[in-house]
Every structure is written in structure tokens, then in C-alpha cells.
Design a protein around this ligand. Structure first.
Ligand code: PXL
Length: 285
């Protein structure tokens, strides 16, 4: 039997409040894919809605980890990056693409830095410009609308959006360099919300919507991104992987809403892992 496919996941560890590596690791593993990690920072909680959190910057550890892995001749089918701990890490991550990746390695960048029209408070104003450069080196990027407009240097607009606006964003994001763009937080009316996926090489755009759920749930971008990466590596097409990731994320939000837990604590993705594994296993790789 061939070895498992392997992902290098490069995100922070938020010790409490499910997001980044504490969701990427279980979701990718449950899909039957090996998940190696490079933590970008260690925080006591994520930065959304908590105050007084600790923050240990791991910028200086990233390249030594990657160099050690390289000396072991490890191969990765994907490199999946999310929340970065410093501005310097933007350049370091693009170096990692060279050190750890080959032409066959899928480089997925989630430009985690903002939501609801605002840059997360841990990032300087110059961060979106640096992230835009990193996105230009990726095969796939998965921004939300706020991250998209920050990188394109456009003002943030509240939805509902028009098809022309969304497709304009997708094309401009594709022009930055990535072959595929998945834009999250897309809605054309108050009833449904989802994601749009764009394949630059063919110009094809597909949409995936589910019923909209009121409220803001932390960590859902990472749940979406992790399920998406897992699905792509299991052989799902861009549109199928987007569909599976929207479905898995919405299920996680609905369970959390029903339980009434603090939305800062993250969503109940765990209960959906078995169903996700089944859905992803039923695809020919
Ligand atoms: O889920 C995004 C995320 C990841 N990591 C940290 C965060 C956030 C969002 O606020 O603060 C540390």
C-alpha cells in the first residue's frame, strides 16, 4: 500500500478556542491524510473576542524545522498556510514553498488576517500588501471578502453582493497569480450564504450555498479551509471540494448554535468528522 498523502500545515496554535492547528490537524487526519505541522505562534486563546491572551512568536523556529525536514527528504502533497505570527513570516513561508515543495505540491494559502471589514488587531496595516505577495506564489487561495478587498486595495462593502461584484473580485484575485480562488462569505440575498470558486485557466466559476445562519462563529474559516484541503487531496474537484467544505462548516455551525455555546470557543466540527471521512472516502483519488 502506498504511503498516506501528507500535508504541511502552517498556522498558529491557539491553546483554547478551536481554530488554526487545533482544527486543521484533526480534520485533515480524519480524512486519512497525514498532517505535519509548523506552528507560527502559540497563543493562550485566539485573538477574536478574548483579551489578555499570551502570544509566543515562533518566527525564528520555522526555517530550522523546514531545513530539518528537508534533510529527511520528506515529500508533501500540499502545503497549507493560515494565521501567521509576524510580518517576517510572509517571506519565510514563501521560502518554505521552495524548501519543502516541488512542482507537484499544492500550495494553499488562506490569507487569514481580517473579517467583517476589519483587519485583526494583531496585524499591522502593511500586512495585506505582504499577504498579497505571498498569495501570488500560491496555487489556491481561500480569502473571505474582507481579506480579498484588503489585498486588492479596495474599500470593504457590506452585502448582499451582486454577481458582477463577486466575479470581478474573483478575476482580480486570480490575476494576482493563483490558479484557483475560493472566496468565502458570498451572499446575493439574506437567505443563503456560501462560497464562490474560480478556475483561472478555464474562467469557470461555481457557487455553493447553504441556508444562512445568523451570528458570527469563530474558527469557521479554518474549519472550511481544512475540509477543503482534505477534499482536494482526496481527489475532489475545485467545485466538489468547495461544496464539501461549505457543507461541513455549516453542519458544525448548526450543532454549535443548537448547543448554545459561547461562539468564541469555536464550532462543533468534531461530531461531523465521521460523516466527513465517509464523504471524502467515497471519491476516487
Ligand atoms: O481563525 C482565524 C484565527 C487564527 N488564529 C488566531 C486568530 C484567528 C482569528 O481571530 O486570532 C490566533
Amino acid at each position: 500500500m502506498a504511503r498516506l498523502k501528507r500535508v504541511a500545515a502552517i498556522h498558529d496554535i491557539s491553546c483554547f478556542g478551536k481554530c488554526s492547528l487545533t482544527v486543521a490537524l484533526p480534520i485533515i487526519s480524519a480524512a486519512g491524510i497525514e498532517c505535519s505541522v509548523i506552528p507560527t505562534a502559540v497563543l493562550s486563546t485566539h485573538t477574536g473576542g478574548f483579551t489578555g491572551y499570551t502570544f509566543r512568536d515562533l518566527t525564528d523556529d520555522i526555517l530550522p524545522v523546514a531545513e530539518h525536514w528537508k534533510s529527511l527528504n520528506l515529500q508533501f502533497e500540499a502545503i497549507y498556510t493560515g494565521y501567521l505570527g509576524s510580518f517576517r513570516q510572509l517571506d519565510i513561508v514563501s521560502e518554505l514553498f521552495e524548501i519543502l515543495g516541488s512542482a507537484e505540491t499544492l500550495k494553499v494559502v488562506d490569507p487569514v488576517m481580517a473579517d467583517n471589514g476589519v483587519l485583526y488587531k494583531s496585524f499591522p496595516e502593511t500586512f495585506p500588501g505582504g499577504m498579497k505577495k505571498l498569495c501570488s506564489k500560491a496555487d489556491i487561495i481561500i480569502p473571505n471578502i474582507t481579506e480579498a478587498v484588503l489585498m486588492l486595495d479596495e474599500p470593504y462593502r457590506e452585502g448582499p453582493y451582486t454577481i458582477e461584484y463577486i466575479e470581478g473580485l474573483l478575476k482580480k484575485l486570480g490575476d494576482l497569480g493563483p490558479r484557483q480562488v475560493v472566496l468565502t462569505g458570498v451572499y446575493f440575498d439574506d437567505k443563503q450564504l456560501g462560497a464562490a470558486a474560480y478556475e483561472r485557466t478555464t474562467g469557470e466559476i461555481s457557487y455553493c450555498f447553504e441556508d444562512r445562519i445568523e451570528g458570527y462563529y469563530h474558527g469557521t474559516g479554518d474549519v472550511f479551509g481544512s475540509a477543503f484541503v482534505a477534499a482536494r487531496l482526496k481527489g475532489f474537484s475545485l467545485a466538489q471540494a468547495t461544496q464539501a467544505a461549505v457543507w461541513f462548516t455549516v453542519g458544525s455551525i448548526l450543532r454549535t448554535k443548537a448547543a448554545g455555546t459561547d461562539v468564541r470557543f469555536g464550532v462543533d466540527f468534531e461530531t461531523g468528522l465521521l460523516d466527513l471521512a465517509v464523504r471524502l472516502a467515497n471519491q476516487k483519488e
